[in-house]
Design a protein around this ligand. Structure first.
Ligand SMILES: Cc1ncc(COP(=O)(O)O)c(C=O)c1O
Length: 379
C-alpha cells in the first residue's frame, strides 16, 4: 500500500487539500501581530543562547497546553519535527533490544519508522488498553524488555486514555520494568487541559519517553519542533542517539513558536482552535447528511474527521476517484498497520483548515459523494 505521506503529497500538488493533518488555519486573528514581531525575533535569535531559547520555548509551550513545568525540562531533546523525535526513539528502542507494543490504528509513519530501525513491533488495539493484561508488558526471556508505544489522543480516532487507565499502565510498566512511550503530538486537542498527564507519569516512577510537537496546532507555515522529555534512566541513551543527528534546532524557530504560544495563551487560542474544529466538523456533518458517508466518533476532539463508507465501497478506490477530481483525503487502510484490510471502509478528512475554505470543500465533497458509483471504478 502507498504510505499516507504519499497520499498527502498528492493533495499538496493542487486541488482541495483535506488530506494532511497539519495546522493550516490562520492564527486566529494574530497574523499581523506575529508578522510585526518577526524582525525582532530574528535579531534576538542571533544573540540569545541556545539553552535560553529552549527554556523560553518550553515555558510558553507548557503554559499553553496547561502542564506544570517539571525537572523533566532538563532532559528535553529537540528535533526539527516529531517524526525525527520518533526516529530517535526507534533507534534507542532498537539499541536497547525493546520488543514494542504499538497501538493500532495509528498514523503509519510510526510503525514504518520503528520497523525501518529494526524494532520488533506487535499491535495493541485501543479497546485492549483499558484493561491491558500484565503479561503483555512482561519480558518473556529477560533479554528483551518490553516497551508500549501509545499516541494520545490517537490519530485518527481521537482515542484518549482516562487518568485511571493511564495510571494502571504506568504501574504495570514500573512493576515489569517496561518502558512507556507516549506520542503527545495532538495533546493540545484534549478537552481537559487541566489534567497533567506528564506529572502523573513522572510521579508513577515508571521509565518513560514523551514525544511532543508544535506542528499539529501552530499554523506557522510548517516551522515546527518535535521534542522528547524522558525519565533519568533512558535519557542518556536517547541523548546519544539525538546527538548523532542534531546539534540544535533553530533558535529563530524556538523564539517564533514561543511568541505564538504566548499569543495563543493570552487570547484563549486553544479554545478558538477547538471552536474552529467543531465548526468544521459540524459543516462536514451537515454536508454528509443523507449521503452514504457517515462520520464516526463525532465526540473526537481532534482536528480530524474519521468517516465510515458503505459495505460495497473500498477506501482506496474511492480516494483515488476523488484525487482524480482534485479532492484530497486519506484512505483508512494504512492506519491499520498490522492488517490494512481493517481500514477498507474508512477515510480520514482533515479539519484544521480556514472555515470558509472548509465549508466550500465540504459542499464539493457532498457533490462528489452523491455521484460516486463504486461499481464503475476499479478496485
Ligand atoms: C501521532 C503523530 N506523530 C507524529 C507525526 C509526524 O509529524 P511530522 O510530519 O510533523 O513529523 C504524525 C503525522 O501525522 C502523527 O500523526
Amino acid at each position: 500500500v502507498e504510505s499516507l505521506t504519499r497520499w498527502e503529497w498528492r493533495a499538496l500538488e493542487g486541488g482541495i487539500n483535506l488530506a494532511d493533518g497539519h495546522a493550516r488555519q490562520l492564527l486566529g486573528g494574530h497574523e499581523e501581530e506575529i508578522v510585526e514581531k518577526l524582525p525582532g525575533i530574528y535579531r534576538d535569535s542571533y544573540i540569545i543562547s541556545q539553552r535560553e531559547a529552549e527554556r523560553r520555548f518550553l515555558m510558553a509551550y507548557w503554559r499553553l497546553v496547561g502542564l506544570a513545568k517539571t525537572d523533566n525540562d532538563q532532559r528535553a531533546l529537540f528535533h526539527y519535527s516529531s517524526s525525527l523525535s520518533i526516529d530517535s526513539v526507534a533507534k534507542f528502542l532498537r539499541a536497547a533490544g525493546y520488543l514494542t507494543l504499538l497501538v493500532s490504528p495509528t498514523f503509519d509513519n510510526i510503525p514504518a519508522i520503528l520497523r525501518r530501525n529494526g524494532v520488533c513491533i506487535e499491535p495493541v488495539m485501543e479497546d485492549e488498553l483499558a484493561e491491558i493484561s500484565s503479561t503483555r508488558l512482561q519480558s518473556v526471556d529477560g533479554a528483551h524488555p518490553r516497551a508500549i508505544f501509545l499516541v494520545s489522543p490517537n490519530n485518527p480516532t481521537g482515542f484518549l486514555l482516562s487518568k485511571e487507565q493511564l495510571q494502571k499502565i504506568c504501574i504495570q510498566c514500573r512493576e515489569n520494568k517496561s518502558l512507556l512511550v507516549v506520542d503527545n503530538s495532538f495533546r493540545a486537542f484534549r478537552p481537559d487541559q487541566s489534567y497533567d498527564d506528564l506529572t502523573q507519569i513522572t510521579a508513577s516512577g515508571c521509565s518513560f519517553i514523551s514525544i511532543e510537537d508544535t506542528g499539529k496546532i501552530f499554523s506557522t507555515s510548517d516551522i515546527k519542533v518535535g521534542f522528547t522529555v524522558s525519565s533519568h534512566d533512558v535519557y542518556a541513551g536517547l541523548a546519544a542517539v539525538t546527538e548523532e543527528i542534531m546539534l540544535n534546532v533553530s533558535p529563530f524557530a524556538l523564539l517564533l513558536l514561543e511568541a505564538v504560544a504566548n499569543l495563543l495563551t493570552l487570547s484563549g487560542g486553544l479554545a478558538k482552535i477547538r471552536a474552529l474544529v467543531n465548526a468544521n466538523r459540524a459543516s462536514l456533518e451537515r454536508a454528509l447528511f443523507d449521503t452514504p458517508l457517515r462520520l464516526c466518533r463525532s465526540g473526537s476532539p481532534l482536528g480530524i474527521g474519521w468517516a465510515a463508507l458503505p459495505d460495497d465501497w473500498r477506501a482506496r478506490s474511492f480516494v483515488i476517484w476523488l484525487a482524480e477530481r482534485d479532492f484530497g483525503i486519506l484512505p483508512g487502510n494504512p492506519f491499520f498497520w498490522h492488517d490494512i484490510s481493517l481500514g477498507d471502509h474508512y477515510v480520514r478528512i482533515a479539519l484544521m483548515r480556514e472555515q470558509t475554505y472548509f465549508e466550500r470543500a465540504a459542499i464539493r465533497l457532498r457533490e462528489l459523494v452523491t455521484t460516486y458509483d463504486p461499481h464503475t471504478v476499479g478496485t
